[in-house]
Design a protein around this ligand. Structure first.
Ligand code: PXP
Length: 238
């Protein structure tokens, strides 16, 4: 199972001061140095974290694979075609959401998604559709020519009881197997963390997981002591 790192929240922190640091491009390079198999960024319509400069620079510097998460809108499709990520992951996007809240309904957006896939394919960009683990959505994804699906794991991540978690994991496993049988690549993501990732290793059909928040949160905490020590030493010893 490959690991793709979403660096959106490095940009969230940068934008909080409207300055230059921390830089998501530098974070992406650090992630690659640590063994990440790919870098993910979501260029949102409201540019709340990642901006066009980030996407274009990432395209220049990253050595692994760029996965551009995006809504299927004319503006963002145009940027994707210019930039040329290896993968475009199509997500539903709502202005007021804090993060992507669920998968896109392929069935309800057949014509929009077919056109989007065809356009991105013209530029040799593979396309993944972020969907719920439902057989009908997977069938529709295959029919309209998607290369990958990304299974939404947020419901699993938010399950409270073990029983609920078991049922949701079963849905994800069944979905992953079904998608593989149809020849689709299978990614998974949202809400995955240092605790719940272990159980995912058992689902052999998942090619790649996409993880952001838990890793950025951990990076801040494991870096805190070093950062304070460095400043304290500067103050004490110059
Ligand atoms: N996959 C998709 C499609 C997402 O929208 C997100 C959140 O940006 C992720 C994966 C990563 O989720 P998290 O930040 O919870 O790890």
């Amino acid at each position: 199972m490959r690991l793709a790192i979403n660096v959106d929240h490095i940009a969230t922190l940068r934008n909080a001061r409207k300055e230059f640091l921390p830089d998501p491009v530098a974070a992406a390079i650090a992630a690659e140095n640590a063994g990440a198999d790919g870098i993910v960024v979501h260029l949102r319509e409201d540019r709340r974290h990642i901006n066009e400069r980030d996407v274009r620079l990432l395209r220049e510097v990253i050595q692994t694979k760029l996965d551009l998460e995006m809504a299927a809108t004319e503006e963002i499709i145009k940027i994707a075609c210019e930039v040329g990520p290896e993968l475009a992951t199509i997500v539903p996007e709502k202005r007021l959401e804090l993060t992507t809240e669920g998968g896109i309904s392929v069935i309800d957006n057949i014509s929009l998604l077919t056109d989007t896939i065809n356009e991105l394919h013209k530029y040799e960009i593979e396309v993944s559709l972020f969907i719920e683990p439902e057989i009908s959505q997977i069938d529709a994804s295959a029919e309209i020519g998607a290369d990958f699906i990304e299974i939404h794991t947020g419901i699993f991540a938010n399950c409270i009881s073990e029983e609920e978690q078991f049922d949701e994991l079963d849905r994800i496993r069944t979905a992953a197997r079904h998608a593989k049988k149809l020849g689709l690549g299978v990614n998974a993501g949202h809400g995955l963390n240092y605790q719940n990732i272990k159980i995912f290793r058992e689902i052999k059909e998942i090619d790649e997981v996409s993880i952001g928040h838990a890793i950025i949160a951990k990076a801040v905490m494991v870096g805190m002591e070093n950062a304070v020590r460095e400043m304290r030493d500067l103050i004490r010893f110059g």
